[in-house]
Design a protein around this ligand. Structure first.
Ligand code: SF4
Length: 486
């Protein structure tokens, strides 16, 4: 059975009385976690589970956690506390925590959230998959407790919940861990040093995802462009070229690269791949050399500029996006002004900006901190500058028609459909009258963009296509509600 068929069940439909074992997966954090969740979803499907779209409908609830910022930790613990009512109502439910927070807080967790049944660290995915297969027998023919239906619906706060459109985007982990030890980052401490997967395994996994309906494959690694095949030493450019040659692959993308690992050869190679998404994420973090040095980022601002210029030369139409940390220990007004000035040049289509957050166990946590009010004031100024640039980038799309991969109904407004363009812009359009489950099989939406905002674009759907490079089929225009419009 196709993955999409297995997971198609309208949101909120109760699984009460169903003999099927069901699993609900919530993912916090980065695409590495998305990739791990996808692996667990695949293992669960092979073991005979159906994906549930609400924790109410599940025999097993999995939270894939993140610890990159304090806020992510708090959200994950909040979610675990929230799910306690469900566990109390139905003790047969298995509540599982995986991911970076599980790795970091494995022992503390038993004290803080004793209702959690099992904790699996970042290197124990296979064991979690095995446990699911073992538990599966126990759920055979069982009915979910009626008491669960009496609980109020539980809104999720995760970044991603597996649903009927999830399989359209395939995540393939190319490497685990990171050896760079940026002084603010917990990743090398919880995920270990670089461990590159054999290229053959990566390509087999990507090919299998395409066969199961993935339209876009994202290659994922903490420092993805540092990839080296363990046997041959082939680099990231060669990996992307080989992935693009997979039969049926429509779009290819990757996250998250390190500026220092982009050589001219790799950039030229990526720019020459027709299916490559037109966006590169180039984390800047700061435009001040003293701050970059203390962060152990391994580049100066001049070297960063050289990398950005490589993309401007070989892939001039690509969007450049970035990450910036404000208020890193020791950041002076002059350091911050350098970052602000850099962003005023409007070089970034989008930036993920954060106030520095102390991570236990990292060197920067020991250093003298920038007062919170100072860091917050700097953050507000930076956000004002970058939001202007992001909005301008989105406004430039007005009047054009973009082809975007469907995400499903918008989380904020269920009367709208959301999709993502190859340069990673969210587009929202009124729900077409013919919207139904077949949209997962014809998932490319042609959206005529009306307006641009900081968060993305609005427009209307003028067509759909089965493949990224196929001609569009017209879509019925939404019927105007004349009474409501009066
Ligand atoms: S490159 Fe730096 S920020 Fe990225 S995962 Fe490695 S240590 Fe963390």
């Amino acid at each position: 059975m196709e993955f999409a068929e297995r997971v198609r069940r309208p949101h909120g439909q109760k699984a009460l009385g169903r003999p099927m074992a069901t699993i609900y997966i919530e993912t916090f954090g980065c695409q590495m976690n998305e990739a791990d969740s996808q692996y667990i979803a695949d293992r669960a499907a092979s073991a005979g589970y159906e994906l549930a779209q609400s924790p109410h409908d599940a025999n097993v609830v999995v939270l894939n956690t993140c610890t990159v910022r304090d806020n992510a930790e708090r959200r994950a613990y909040g979610r675990m506390a929230h799910l306690k009512a469900l566990k109390t109502a139905d003790p047969a439910l298995k509540l599982v925590v995986m991911g970076c927070l599980a790795e970091q807080d494995r022992d503390r967790m038993q004290t803080i959230v004793p209702h959690v049944d099992a904790v699996f660290g970042t290197s124990e995915l296979v064991q979690l998959g095995d446990a699911l297969a073992t538990w599966r027998e126990g759920f055979e023919g069982t009915e979910l407790s009626e008491e669960r239906a009496l609980l109020l619906p539980m809104g999720g706060t995760a970044d991603g919940i597996a649903d009927e459109f999830s399989h359209l985007r395939g995540f393939v982990t190319v490497q685990r861990g990171c050896s760079y030890y940026c002084t603010f980052c917990i990743v090398p401490h919880v995920r270990g040093r670089f461990d590159h997967r054999p290229m053959g395994d990566i390509l087999r996994e990507a090919g299998a995802l395409v066969e199961r309906g993935a339209r876009e494959v994202m290659l994922v690694g903490q420092t993805v462009n540092a990839y080296r095949d363990p046997a041959t030493g082939s680099d990231f450019g060669a990996l992307c070229r080989a992935a693009a040659a997979l039969p049926g692959l429509e779009r290819l993308t990757f996250i998250s690269p390190h500026p220092k690992d982009f050589t001219e050869n790799i950039v030229r190679e990526l720019a020459g791949i027709p299916q490559m998404n037109s966006r590169v994420h180039l984390p800047l973090q700061s435009a001040s050399d003293p701050v970059l040095r203390r962060m152990n980022r391994k580049y100066t601002i001049a070297q960063y500029e050289e990398k950005r210029e490589l993309f401007a030369r070989y892939a001039p139409h690509w969007a450049v996006t970035t990450d910036i940390i404000v208020g890193f220990p020791g950041e002076t007004d002059a350091d911050f002004e350098a970052t602000l000035e850099y962003c005023k040049r409007q070089v970034f289509a989008q930036a993920f900006m954060f106030v520095y957050s102390v991570r236990r166990g990292t060197p920067a946590a020991q250093w003298e901190q920038v007062p919170h009010n100072v860091a917050s004031a700097r953050f507000e100024r930076l956000m004002g500058v970058q939001n202007k640039a992001t909005r301008a980038y989105h406004e430039r799309k007005a009047g054009s028609t973009v082809r975007a991969l469907i995400c499903g109904p918008s989380k904020k407004d269920r009367t709208k459909l959301a999709a993502k363009t190859p340069d990673n812009v969210t587009v929202i359009a009124p729900m077409p009258p013919d919207y139904d489950a077949t949209y997962a099989q014809t998932p490319w939406l042609d959206v005529r963009v009306d307006s641009g905002f900081v968060w993305g674009c609005t427009g209307s759907i003028v067509g759909r296509a089965e493949r990224y490079d196929a001609p569009r089929k017209a879509v019925e225009a939404p019927v105007l509600d004349l009474i409501a419009a009066r």
